[in-house]
Unconditional design. Sequence first.
Lengths: 117, 953
Amino acid sequence: MEMIVASTIAVLTAGGVYLLLRLRTFPVILGLALLSYAVNVFLFASGRLAIDQSPILSRYGEATYTDPLPQALVLTAIVISFGMTAVLVMIGLGAFLEAETDQIDIEQQDDEKGPQA
Amino acid sequence: MTDGGHLLFYIALLPFVGALLPGLMIRAGRNACAIFTAVPTILALILLMTLAPAVLRGEVIQAEVDWLPQLGLSASFFLDGLGFLFAGMILGVGLLITLYARFYLSGEDPMGQFYTYLLMFQGAMLGIVISDNILLLLVFWELTSLSSFLLIGYWKHLPEGRQGARMALAVTGSGGLAMIGGMLILGNIVGSYNLTDILQAGDAIRASEWYLPALILILLGAFTKSAQFPFHFWLPHAMAAPTPVSAYLHSATMVKAGVFLMARMWPVLAGTDAWFYIVTTTGLVTMVLGALIALFKDDLKALLAFSTVSHLGLLTMLLGFGTTAAAVAAIFHIINHLTFKAALFMTAGIVDHETHTRDIKRLGGLRHLMPITFAIGTLAALSMAGIPLLNGFLSKEMMLEEASHTDWLGSHYAVPVAATIGALLSVAYSFRFVVHVFFGPKRDDYPAAPHDPPFGMWAAPALLVVLVVVIGVAPFLAEGLVTAAANAVTGADLHPHLKLWHGVTPALWMSIIAVVGGAVLLSLHGPLARVWNVAPRPEAKAIFDRLVAALASLARGITETSHNGAISRYLAILTVTSVVLGWIAYSGSGLSAPTRGLLPVPPVIAVVWVMLIVATASVVIMHHHRFRALVLIGIIGLSISAGFAYLSAPDLALTQISVETVTIMLLLLALHFMPKITPRESPIGLKLRDGFIALTAGSGVGALAYAFLMRDIETISDYHIENSYEGGGGTNVVNVILVDFRGYDTYGEIIVLGIAGLVIYALMHALLDGPAARRLRNMDYSQDRSRDRHPLMMVVVTRVLMPIVVVVGIYIFLRGHNEPGGGFVAGLVIAIALLMQYMASGFAWTQERKKIEYHTMIGLGVVIAGLTGAGAWLAGQPFLTSAYTYVHLPPIEEFELATAMLFDLGVFLTVLGAVMLMLYSLSRIARFAGATVNVEPMDYDPGEQVTDAKTET
């Protein structure tokens, strides 16, 4: 199981980083989404893996529980990364509508292509 | 805190508080402005004088208030003889300068600004000399650099002023940085940052292996500030400042800060060979070199500037000798130099002010035209030359006396000879100041008709010259002050006697040689100056400028190659750096043996895993088809929620799945306005590079994750699990952590989420008000439009689902405290239900039925959560302490009511509001782009068509 989680993190990170380095806004946003998954799983995994040990206190005597703290942190992280993705999407959209291109490397954009009146 | 200690706080604060006044008072006129500058200075001086008797008795006055004790930083002050001497000089001369500047500055100069800067500087300087804590001292030290920058560049229209200010700041500022390092080392050796402790620990410091680095760093700070060779070049360029500034900063106070520091640190740093050779040699070289350059300067202020450099060298050399007698001489000379040099600067300022030139070549014969100025200037210059019956003679004799029995590298003659040469040059330029300015024939080509200035302008230098003569004739008057200061410097109990006549000593002969030689040298000045002017010599300013330019172009080069505007390059650098740092961290320590075994993998999970890997690979390969990539992202998200569910994290699974839905909707909406295809434009080389970076980063992170997954850790979670029910009143530990244990975090997070929602809303408005709006209107989306935008099935099903989803949401919310669920998930679920209405029935239809604004919802949520937290205060508990009770209403089973639930309600409202505001903003853009709005739930009314069909038959 550990192997599966670690490899998932690895694949998500690699995919995220690759897309992050693309030259258009949309793939970068996708890359960031992948990277967020990777980071969330990574943080979650820092509590170590456990099966059938949900951190819901048992009413029926002694039981072992998985580490609840990383879960709580990741829960908010998931929601926050949604908020961040949303802001980025909006910025990307705004940039595209203003500049008529969704390239992200300013260097390649010439002044002649600037905002048309 | 000793008696009178609290007065030190007032003394330290008065100038800073006073600095607020001149800028305001200038509206009441220049006199009022000057008076209100003088008042804080006078008050501080009076307070200081009330402490005088105690200090002169040898007491040390202390005051301390903890500021940041964790850093060892406290606002502590102390006043001993040395501090008292300097504080008196700073305040006394400050007062004279205030008076002088009132008459010196012209009507066009912004006087309020000037006095404000002056008081700021005064406060910073005072802070240096009475700080007990060396970190505090460093703060004040940097403040003097900053305020002197403002004062030197006061005439902003003059390029020399601006350049001089920059140079002074660059040199003294970098010296200050070095000194910070040195001081921190000292503090580390001693274990305290208090000067009073450090001064007791001289032996430990000198024995430490860190002594030499600390010494060099601290001396760098002192040498740059006190313009010692080879950092002397900034001082003459700082002369572009108005003359009152030159007189105050560059003769009396700031440049002496370095000397002060060496004197302050004398008991702990002096007495070693390193100290002797570094400090003495630097001082000696500076003294001779400064005097030599001064002799050939034609600008009055430049001459005085280099003479100041020379005298600072003299002081440094005396401190470098490391003997108590030399320290006494240094203290005495500090007082004497202050009196004659400030008077000379003011004289130069008067000459400049009245004749409109400071060029010695254009002056001469002023003694009849400006008799008062002549008298003041001559007495002061003779004192600088070291002529008997003036105070300069006394301390110069003491210096020569000390020099005459100092060996340098085994040579008995090096120091005495060099000191005599320095004295000789000093006599020559002092005489030159008098002879070439005041004597000689009267000229008729002065740029302005010279005459003596008003009383207010010559009063200050006259008072100083009176001191020059009084101390010169009756040196025992200064004995008390010198004794107190010298005892503070040396830490010994000295009783020096300052006398006019020491008998026929070697020093007397050296003095005589200097005076005679100096007079001879001056008579040869004409031919010598011609030789000097053609001789090649390094120009410090040019070297400095080139150095600065080289540094700037280096910085620009680095910036431009790393930050070329291509964000993919930054991200690549960031990623590579993280990977490299991770590798360094790993290779530094290695790994311990694994302590955990592998968990089994059931087939279902293996299938999910394969699906996830394939989906991720497909996203990477197919990301050019944006729509397809989005679908694949959805698959990845779902697989991850399945993983969470399997790995005992039901809350995470719930959150992930609902966030996933919302995210995909959001991206779909945005994609509507963007190109659907990403062009293939990356060259293969770039792809390979990025692929390599990505694979390295991925395998690195994966390996790290695997490494820690195989090992156990200490966790603090047992506390949470144990106290969740007892303390938080809930059995869902994750939810209790969110709303109780770490409620503050959650509170911050919902605020962030709310802000993100508002940011998107604001961005949307900015977009719709800008040029993008026109573009949006002209875009043609008719191609993408479905002909049946609101399918009957979907409308009906979503409306039926709405109440059910709301009930589910409420259920999830209510059970959150004990079972998986809670405010976050409930908010997302309800948001999805609402979104479905938007999608199925159209924007306008849903909008019309919306009763509460989303902004209000965000605000309400944050306020409810905040008030819930604050409610704990009423019970006398800290913020966000929760309380709970069990309620039993007959028809229902016993249930629990907790304040945490109210907090969760805040979370719920904020999440719902933020998510809806985000998607609402995107929909607004869609409407703007020409999406038609249906008022009816569907594009057509099916019922109507049925009746139509009936009428047809």
